[in-house]
Design a binder for this molecule. Structure first.
Ligand SMILES: Cc1cc2nc3c(=O)[nH]c(=O)nc-3n(C[C@H](O)[C@H](O)[C@H](O)COP(=O)(O)OP(=O)(O)OC[C@H]3O[C@@H](n4cnc5c(N)ncnc54)[C@H](O)[C@@H]3O)c2cc1C
Length: 462
């Protein structure tokens, strides 16, 4: 069988890959673009967990939550944060002004594709920033477009409609190897199909992180892995955080612990949301999202509290460290563990009865247990200290009934060495989105796709 040749191949159809395809085909309609995606088309992505016959993860060969058109973001809350303060370090490559312009461009496309009616939260009440500062908490500044899980899906459907006749999509095509040739790249899929291309964009996200390590080894690309964020997902009644969420939707708050001087932050806040399982390489961790349609509102708000650990020589396996902690929680709880804050403080495990007797109704069916047997002391002390600090700006955060789901881990992909244009030392090969280590959010990953596409075309036409 003859190899299929493309001008540009994109590996991965998450936000990074989608926006790269969008920009390439918009700027040069004659370009032959192919997209290889390990997962299924959007409409065929279905997680088998139904709460009745299948209650927990059955480790599908390709996880419908993480893989397929739309990537890890497809069923997410669709919060596009337009900021350089968090979500990635794209600005280190583009400059701060251009990074914001790229994220605004992505927002404009999302609006054209069906997101126009959603709310853009801008700025927020200055009194909230002051109130946080008075309590040693730092509220970060950002504009947030909240598409919501439902509108996010509509936007993705429209993006696919827009792209399907301009680029060739190959679903259920997991790439196994990439080889450099004299004139470009040979890309081989697990099913044996072989593709060639002049230029290549790799955007395989967090779920492709392991695989990316092998690609770096094969091609001699430099990479390093030094950061991991470990913590819990907190679930409280909606009213607890409503002053902040009504004004900002998502408040990113950073706290420096008195005991260890560690930085702890809130992450991915979902007013009226649900807590969900996330499957990364077969390891189940907690995450959360919410719908913009009030019909799906829950009575709770959830957010993560994460402690960042940065490792130095000789340890390079930060992801393996995070995985071992997550595995421990899976070993004890068969998946995610849930514990009442009051139980944690009293040194007792939560039981189904104790959860049942609480005033906060859990939105995820997790195993009641004891997080102190899983999360290292340092991180757990940090989390407890921040919960008490948050209680000063959002009273009742430190209530006995506050639910903590663990563990939540943010795996940072190793940072692949890329230049200002997001091009690797292998000419014509760009690594973007979360698998590059440069981004870890929808807006940054999407913006990196646009940026790489523009740079690739410049290089092609030079
Ligand atoms: C439950 C959940 C909620 C989230 N909520 C938010 C949010 O509200 N806001 C926010 O900013 N971020 C959120 N995130 C994070 C966000 O989804 C990611 O930062 C973003 O999707 C990264 O985009 P990406 O294109 O780099 O990678 P991904 O979205 O991970 O896409 C990568 C794609 O590559 C494919 N792939 C992997 N390996 C291969 C291979 N070898 N061959 C072919 N294809 C491959 C995968 O199947 C996947 O479809 C959330 C994540 C999760 C899991």
């Amino acid at each position: 069988m003859e190899n299929k040749h493309y001008d540009v191949l994109i590996v991965g159809a998450g936000p990074g890959g989608i926006f790269a395809a969008y920009e390439l085909t918009k700027l040069d309609a004659s370009l032959r673009v192919g997209v290889l995606e390990a997962g299924a088309p959007l409409g065929e992505r279905r997680c088998p967990i139904n709460g009745t016959t299948v209650k927990s993860c059955v480790n599908c060969p390709s996880c419908s939550i993480m893989n397929g058109f739309g990537g890890a973001g497809a069923f997410s809350d669709g919060k596009y944060n337009i900021t350089n303060e968090f979500g990635g370090t794209l600005f280190e490559h583009t400059g701060k002004k251009e990074a914001i312009e790229l994220m605004e461009y992505v927002d404009q496309i999302n609006c054209e594709m069906g997101g126009a009616q959603t709310r853009l939260y801008e700025g927020g009440d200055p009194r909230l920033y002051k109130k946080c500062l008075e309590n040693n908490l730092h509220l970060l500044k950002a504009s947030v477009r909240h598409l919501g899980t439902d509108v996010n899906r509509i936007v993705l459907e429209n993006l696919y409609k827009n792209l399907k006749d301009k680029a060739d999509f190959y679903f259920r095509h997991r790439v196994s190897t990439i080889a450099k040739t004299e004139s470009g790249y040979t890309v081989t899929c697990e099913n044996g199909e072989v593709f060639t291309c002049d230029q290549l964009i790799v955007s395989t996200g967090r779920s492709g992180s392991r695989w990316m390590e092998s690609v770096c080894k094969d091609l001699g690309l430099q990479s390093r892995s030094s950061r991991i964020d470990i913590g819990v997902r907190v679930e409280v009644p909606f009213e607890t955080f409503s002053e902040l969420t009504d004004s900002l939707y998502e408040s990113k708050i950073v706290y420096r612990s008195k005991k260890y001087q560690d930085k702890i932050r809130t992450f991915c806040m979902n007013p009226h949301g649900v807590v969900v399982n996330e499957n990364t390489n077969g390891i189940i961790t907690a995450n959360g999202h919410s719908y913009s349609d009030p019909k799906y509102y829950t009575e709770n708000t959830n957010f993560a509290l994460l402690v960042s650990s940065h490792f130095t020589e000789p340890f390079h396996e930060s992801n393996a460290y995070g995985e071992s902690i997550a595995r421990l929680s899976n070993m004890l709880g068969g998946g995610v563990i849930v514990q009442r804050f009051g139980d944690l403080i009293r040194g007792q495990r939560s039981t189904p009865e104790r959860i049942q007797s609480g005033f906060v109704r859990p939105t995820l069916q997790a195993t009641p247990g004891d997080l102190s047997l899983v999360i290292p002391k340092r991180q757990l002390d940090d989390i407890i200290e921040m919960i008490y600090a948050l209680d000063a700006v959002a009273p009742s955060t430190a209530s006995d009934d506050t639910l903590l789901y663990g563990v939540e881990v943010k795996f940072y992909n190793m940072e692949v060495e890329v230049d200002q244009n997001l091009e690797t030392a292998c000419k014509g090969m760009y690594v973007i989105g979360d698998c590059s280590g440069v981004t870890h959010s929808l807006s940054h990953a999407s913006a990196s796709g646009v940026y790489a596409a523009r740079n690739l075309l410049k290089a092609r036409n030079a």
